[in-house]
Design a binder for this molecule. Sequence first.
Ligand code: ZN
Ligand code: ZN
Length: 176
Amino acid sequence: MKILLNELKEGKTDFFYELEKKQANELFENTEIKRVKLSTDGWIQKKGPEFVLFLHVKGQGELTCARCLEKFKYKFEDEFTYNIFLGKDPALSRKEYNFSEQDAASLYIENYELDILPLIKEIVLLSLPMKPLCKEDCKGICPVCGINKNIEKCSHDSKGKYSPFVDLMKKLRKTK
Ligand SMILES: [Zn+2]
Ligand SMILES: [Zn+2]
């Protein structure tokens, strides 16, 4: 979705945008989240030559659990504010602007065409957990026989709770 900054009226312009399936697939190709559905609402404010953009992104997608490797549905929601600067050199253009929102990311664009899709992508990717889990107490996969311990039980189960140290200990033992 592109916003043409030179066509905006003074003041705030609200917008709502829903990502199409094909667009979502392209945007999140080669990322850890799949089957993304999302919508974004926000506003862009123009004051003379200066712009502030606010994006609120909400949706869901599919992640792979780091423990059991099963896919699961993940919901995300986040928002971000950007100060938009026209021009190439950040150090130079910054001096000319004083309308900037504090605690906002600075965005430099070289022409009046602002594409918000890369920004949406960034917001979603930043909201993802470092270690995605299908559930807090996911039991993971048995390191011996490979079954999903959330679904099945095996005789290697006796130690009970999953511990990330188990794998580490095994590796250490092997290297000795
Ligand atoms: Zn899991
Ligand atoms: Zn087992």
